[in-house]
Design a protein around this ligand. Structure first.
Ligand code: ZN
Length: 97
């Protein structure tokens, strides 16, 4: 299923960008405490980006083999914790390399 492979990889790339943006807005919010107006704008942006992250994660970051949503460690892990298939290719990963 090529569509699954692409959507996981694409979803993960999008997720990386959203995470970086979320960190940037969170940092800006933290540094603009003296200006409540600016701070609230960036705080809202941080929350909205966080919601977008969850949405992209649930929508795209699924195991291509069993469909499990990979919520935690999506950027670090390459194999599905449930079925042990590769998340990028959907093929079975051999134990111990
Ligand atoms: Zn799986």
């Amino acid at each position: 299923m090529n569509t699954y492979i692409n959507s996981f990889v694409r979803g993960r790339e999008l997720l990386k960008k959203l995470l970086v943006s979320d960190m940037v807005t969170a940092i800006i919010a933290a540094f603009t405490r003296s200006n409540p107006m600016v701070m609230s704008v960036f705080s809202i942006a941080t929350v909205l980006l966080f919601i977008a992250i969850i949405y992209v994660d649930i929508k795209y970051c699924r195991c291509p083999n069993c469909g499990k949503v990979i919520l935690l460690g999506v950027l670090a892990i390459n194999t599905c914790p449930r079925c042990k298939h590769s998340l990028t290719t959907g093929k079975k990963v051999k134990k111990g390399r």
